[in-house]
Design a protein around this ligand. Structure first.
Ligand code: S3P
Length: 427
């Protein structure tokens, strides 16, 4: 429903990227890894279930707490059924790397969105390491991974800045002969590197290159997962556009490889403060205070794109409410996320009376008055949540369709947003 403002203290659920990795690395470690703040979203639960199928004992004593009884580097067991990873690209791509090095074969599958997403980006470099992975002719899942215990380390220069590709190769590299090095064209999120170090596995970084040595092992650790800045981003955009808003987003991860959304909103004129900055479990965290402010259109600096790659749905809503034109370039990756986020967001904005012109690698948005209307999220969680926040500035109700996948990354979104002041109803 239109109008309202956001206020109060909000703690969004745990970071999705870190939650996935806590299960994967905890499963490979020696000893018991205890995780708090784990994201109980469908994506991370798909990872958790996959490791249970591979024989890892994982307990969930209470919400947000997970206890993983590590099986060691060589302790995974043959999965006797396909591993269904639902909507989760991170699960599938990281598992490709990990499973390529096992002494057994596995089949990976997922939902309609995941089985359309490009997997050649991991298959191709893993194949150079000696992996055997079978995909559909267009390089999509279902995938069959024929394990090979004799992978070779490689030096790989990634064509796009992708943390999933980097992480898949580093995971395979833990098992490979020699050293595996990945060079990124621009910094992508570095949680895998940080967490490997935390698990006692050295990762060398030289400039834009990270390397791991094969043959090591991981030591269990305690992991505190910060709140997900990608989930907080919806509240940042919402509070920025809705007059009178003042929210505190508590204990949010502010790893510099993830804070593009803060940088971009600030360039647009947003009033965002990082308070109480500290480190928790090897990751920088802060409380983020966001107050409403008049936004203006900008040309988004391309170097910020990989640092905000999941936040563009929320940023497009901010741009729609800004004065003047916002231009995004260099973001072709958005076309191969859970949906084609360039097309789907442009269609939704146009349906709400905003001029949004998709380009091959971005969008040009003219700020204007949001009408109410009907928007199809195409099953994309972040598209659905972004348009929910748009209602704060809309002239009439916005109906958003196909929202079940909000549960992949942000269970409880509607209740939390309602508590902060968004007039939202699930029907
Ligand atoms: C992720 C990496 C990003 C991001 C995704 C999570 C990760 O994908 O979009 O939501 O946890 O490694 P890419 O590696 O494809 O950019």
């Amino acid at each position: 429903m239109p109008g309202g403002k956001l206020s109060g203290r909000v703690r969004v659920p745990g970071d999705k990227s870190i939650s996935h990795r806590s299960i994967m690395l905890g499963a490979l470690a020696e000893g018991v890894t205890e995780v708090s703040g784990f994201l109980e979203g469908e994506d991370c639960l798909a990872t958790l279930e996959a490791f249970r199928v591979m024989g890892v004992k994982i307990e969930r004593p209470e919400p947000g707490r997970v206890i993983i009884h590590g099986a060691g580097m060589h302790g995974l067991r043959t999965p006797h059924k396909p591993l269904d990873l639902g909507n989760s690209g991170t699960s599938m791509r990281l598992l490709c790397g990990l499973l390529a090095a096992q002494p057994f074969s596995a089949t990976l599958t997922g939902d309609a969105s995941l089985t359309r997403r490009p997997m050649k980006r991991v298959i191709e470099p893993l194949t150079r390491m000696g992996a055997r992975i079978e995909a559909s002719p267009d390089g999509t899942a279902p995938l069959i991974i024929y394990g090979n215990t004799e992978l070779r380390g490689i030096d790989y220069a990634m064509p796009v800045a992708s943390a999933q590709v980097k992480s898949a190769l580093l995971l395979a590299g833990l098992y490979a002969q020699g050293r595996t090095c990945v060079t990124e064209p621009a910094p992508a999120r570095d949680h895998t590197e940080r967490m490997l170090q935390g698990f006692g596995c050295p990762v060398a970084r030289l400039g834009n290159t990270v390397c791991v040595q094969g043959g090591g092992k991981l030591r269990a650790m305690r992991i505190m997962v910060p709140a997900d800045i990608s989930s907080a981003a919806f509240f940042m955009a919402g509070a920025s556009i809705a007059a009178g808003s003042d929210v505190m987003l508590e204990h949010a991860g502010v790893n510099p490889t993830r804070t593009g959304v803060v940088n971009i909103l600030r360039l647009m004129g947003a009033n965002i403060e990082l308070l109480n900055e500290r480190t928790a479990g090897g990751e920088p965290v802060a409380d983020i205070r966001v107050r409403a402010a008049p936004l203006h259109g900008i040309v988004i600096p391309v170097e910020q794109v990989p640092l905000a790659i999941d936040e563009f749905p929320a940023l497009f809503i901010a741009a729609a409410c800004a004065q003047g034109e916002t231009v995004l370039q260099g973001a072709h990756e958005l076309r191969v996320k859970e949906s084609d986020r360039i097309q789907v967001m442009a269609d939704g904005l146009n349906a709400l009376g905003i001029s949004a012109r998709p380009t091959p690698d971005g969008m040009v948005i003219q700020g204007g008055a949001l009408r109410g209307g009907d928007v199809d999220s195409h099953g994309d969680h972040r598209v659905a949540m972004a348009f929910a926040m748009a209602a704060l500035r809309a002239g009439a109700p916005i109906t958003i369709r196909d929202c079940a996948n909000v549960n992949t990354s942000f269970p409880g979104f509607a209740d939390l947003a309602r508590g902060a002041g968004l007039n939202i109803r699930q029907i």
